[in-house]
Design a protein around this ligand. Sequence first.
Ligand SMILES: [Zn+2]
Length: 386
Amino acid sequence: MDRRSLLKILLAGLALPLPLVAQASQAVRRVRVVQEKDATRLLLDLDGPVVANSFSLESPPRLVLDLHRTVLDAPMGNLMLDGTPVQAIRSGTTPAGDLRLVLDLRQPDVRGELRTGDRNLELVLRGGPAKVVQRPSPKSGRDLLVVIDAGHGGKDPGAVGAKGEQEKLVALQIAALLAKRINAQKGYKARLTRSDDIFIPLRKRAELAQRLNADLFVSVHADAAPRLTASGASVFALSQGGASSSMARWMAERENGADAVGGGLTVKLKRDDPMVAGVLLDMSMNATISTSLDLGHQVLTRLGGVSGLHQARVEQAGFAVLKSAAVPSILVETGFISNAGDCRRLHDARHQRKVAEAIFAGIDGHFRQQPPVGSLLMALTQDSQA
Ligand SMILES: [Zn+2]
């Protein structure tokens, strides 16, 4: 006998008294616990058939499994018992030399049903008071997509200030800051209609939001007002009928003229316009506008503290760029480039960041009131309320 064999015998002798080694006729080679929908299975792999017997004990609740003339030759320290009615499994040897497994239960009234095979044994655990094991679920859900439209661009400069300042550049700067702010927020994603000084027809802008199935469309502007003294921010939503004020009508006509300036199609606001007609037929448009108005109100409230307001309520008119039937859409006039004070602030990087932050705060406030089903924001909001 070599030294290694001798060592094995000595180690075996340490693990079990020699008389039991002699008596044992079977060994458990593997122990598993499998959790199913309505049952927990304790599975034992054996060398051959064994005589086994199980019974339960009260206070504390336990299930006992005795295996006649069997030794345990399998690890049990790594069993996954989370989510099962079993708190712990202990093993020992009875005075008669049987292997005894004791299952400490988390709850009373768990029944054990024994099934034996040629080389395996199964103890099926059922019952016990229904107890839902709450595991922290990973936060998942889709990002809310906000399409941000920098007004005008390319051959359409938008409104022009006293010193030649161009609306298209200010709009792009603020839109880019807003996109950056949105992308930095968990649960949100932003797409810009343009990130360069290029011309895009109004309809194409709205179409992008529809094609991407966006949750929101925000068009950023800094227009001129008929009066040079007019200042402050305003927010507009689409109207299916007339404009809510002469200012709103004037603004919509101005904005809708962008395509004519750019040489594109002139947007007709007649009811026989195929897009308008389609939109009007779509009953969901009312809901979309109502959502746009709530969103607009949230944004307007936040902008008030940053830019001052030109209009205290969200105005409505037939803006062509807001005609995405299924996507809530607002047009934000961040200030008037025609007003000296506004124009100076609109070119100030710090003020631009504040404006972007205010618009985002309004968007976030709107979505947090009622997060869309399936969104990551919903998962995060529910968690903070729990
Ligand atoms: Zn504009």
